[in-house]
Design a protein around this ligand. Structure first.
Ligand SMILES: Nc1ncnc2c1ncn2[C@@H]1O[C@H](COP(=O)(O)OP(=O)(O)OP(=O)(O)O)[C@@H](O)[C@H]1O
Ligand SMILES: [Mg+2]
Length: 381
């Protein structure tokens, strides 16, 4: 044995956890605590230090509507298994009565319709999105405050022992699952602290940490009042999501515009073009899409209404073609967005490098790019 005296840095995280942290920060705006907690749990799992016989992580997300609770889980799935839809979502409000619970776990043998009911929460469902690189499942129970007693009991079993017994006595194993629960509980109390009698705020209170502590405590108190200690003790981490302010919505708008551009690129129609918005056009969308009561959800609607619908019209009426570059500006006279073609005939690889600056474009696009480049070489030679 050699004696050494070396101070180690326990704050350093591994490369995979760091990559996840980066990916989540790229997708989620203004919810640092939630990102940190999820990355911590992932790092614990990678190191093999998570509790055996329990789900890998259990989280309770609270806070206002449209603040990124569901998006956080989708972004995690997207980062780890490459698909935002790889989340098994259970809307607790839909499973109030015993026959609805049967939809979730299937009915016992002998019951009418037993053979026809395929439980929504089977092992196959749980494993379906796992990849070679990542053998994890993501399960989201939305609005848990609306769960019936029967659903609570199932949930407690999953959180505690990582198992669920189906109607026909088969067992579903949740030891490779991350469980997320969301609740809007305490939202009214929280918004009252920020602006009494009104909805959510003009500017997010993130900058004022004392005010934020108070809001966060109000959320957690509401959870303590509603949920039993038995339940709360089984949760690894409760996080209150912050209401989004102007600055965060501005960043989310840029993300959403990027997603629209990627949608155009991945579109089955094959009309791949690029668009750019002027600052005035962005301000218009922010103005139209800011409603503090609905968070970023309202902003997404404004993007659909004022940008995606008109772009779809332009595609359908063949006013835009593959290789076009559009500029979207604000016509302040009529207070509406206007669309101008600025260039045409852009090569697809030039457009793809704008659309996917850091990543590899989707498989189909890569194939088109190769073909175009070959055609380019042929023309050149
Ligand atoms: N913090 C955020 N960062 C990035 N995008 C966000 C954020 N918050 C919301 N969004 C955008 O708004 C949409 C709606 O948000 P989300 O579904 O996550 O709301 P929620 O907090 O789950 O609300 P609810 O309590 O009503 O279920 C998301 O799909 C995403 O596009
Ligand atoms: Mg949600």
């Amino acid at each position: 044995m050699t004696r050494v005296q070396k101070v180690l840095n326990a704050n350093l995280v591994g490369r995979q956890a760091e990559k996840l942290d980066r990916n989540l920060h790229k997708r989620i705006v203004g919810q640092e605590e939630a990102v940190d907690q999820v990355v911590k749990v992932y790092q614990t799992y990678l190191a093999g230090m998570n509790n055996q016989g329990r789900p890998i992580g259990t989280f309770l997300f609270m806070g206002p509507t449209g603040s990124g609770k569901t998006r956080m889980v989708e972004a995690l799935a997207e980062s780890l298994v490459g698909d935002a839809r790889a989340v098994i979502k259970i809307d607790c409000a839909e499973f109030q009565h015993s026959h609805e619970i049967a939809k979730l776990i299937g009915s016992p043998p002998g019951y009418l319709g037993h053979r026809e009911t395929h439980p929504l929460l089977s092992q196959e469902t749980l494993n379906q999105y796992q990849t070679e690189q990542c053998k994890l499942s993501f399960v989201l129970f939305d609005e848990i405050e609306k769960a019936s007693d029967a659903l609570w009991n199932l949930l407690l079993g999953i959180l505690d022992k990582a198992t669920l017994t189906l109607g026909d006595n088969r067992r579903v194993d949740f030891t490779r699952s991350l469980i997320f629960m969301t609740s809007n509980l305490g939202s009214a109390e929280m918004s009252n602290i920020i602006s009494p009698g009104m909805g959510f705020v003009e500017a997010a209170p993130a900058a004022d940490s004392r005010l934020w502590d108070k809001i966060s405590r109000a959320g957690l108190d509401a959870a303590r009042k509603k949920f039993t200690p038995e339940f709360l003790n089984r949760i690894d981490k409760s996080v209150v999501f912050k209401p989004l302010g102007d600055e965060q919505l501005k960043k989310i708008l840029d993300l959403e515009l990027g997603y629209v551009q990627q949608r155009i690129f991945a579109s089955a129609q094959g009309v791949q073009f690029v668009f750019q918005l002027t600052d005035a056009a962005k301000s218009y969308l922010l103005r139209e899409g800011t409603d503090m009561k609905y968070g970023a959800r309202h902003l997404k609607r404004a993007v659909e209404r004022h940008l995606v619908y008109p772009l779809s019209n332009l595609i359908a009426t063949e006013q835009v073609h593959a290789g076009d570059m559009l500029r979207v500006d604000l016509d302040s006279g009529i207070d509406k967005l206007i669309f101008c073609k600025e260039a045409e005939g852009l090569p697809i690889y030039a457009m793809a490098s704008q659309v996917y600056p850091e990543s590899v474009p989707p498989a189909g696009t890569a194939a088109i790019m190769v073909k175009e480049q070959q055609a380019g070489h042929r023309r050149a030679s």
